[in-house]
Design a protein around this ligand. Sequence first.
Ligand code: PGA
Length: 247
Amino acid sequence: MTRRKLVVGNWKMNGLRAHLPQVAAIGAEASAHGAVEVGLCVPATLIGMANEARGGAFIGGQDCHVKATGAHTGCLSAEMLREAGATWVIVGHSERRADQGETDADVAGKALAGHAQGLKVILCVGESLEIRDSGEAVPFVLAQLEASLPEGAAAQWLSIAYEPVWCIGTGRIPTMEQIAEMHSAIRGALVKRIGEDGNAMRILYGGSVNAANAAEVFAVADVDGGLVGGASLKVDSFGPIIEAAAA
Ligand code: PGA
């Protein structure tokens, strides 16, 4: 099964008009490496402007509400993201699970809300350091996946990102053996849940991916690309990660 590598930058709460030249430069890198699917999930305020500058990269949002409209001050619907120019959305990032108290059921609903608007979805799962140290990382992540994956999930529109919470923004990454073990377990769970299409679904690794470790991480079996935070903000650090995925 060949799965096209997917490398996505998660800009989190970073990105102003002044950063549009970085979007353009990353978009040019994406155009130069068409074998890899490249995207940037930017703050919603930047989606429209980033879309003008995106080159060969797609533009996505970082969250959407479960509902289409309503009295939810400060929230954004999937349709709003789509209208602004997004074609993808991240759901279930650990920062939102922690900061906004999002549950697995919320995450499944958000994934369906994105899909209903034609957005492609990156669904995040991952364990805390406490769970990793307890030896329960694999069963924890599989339970989170089972509860967060919506009915009807398909490889054509949904990808998984495995992001150990203790590796996000910390400069730490698991051993390649730990990454391989988790990605293989996720693959098995996907096939069990959705059948053969589970073999086509992309599973990204996320958490302190950088130019120095990307090639090694992307070479691990069942790692189909990366979700990249800090290193995705500038083409100088994100370009080499795209190149590593293309190699
Ligand atoms: P990081 O973030 O690459 O800065 O560790 C990854 C993420 O949160 O998606």
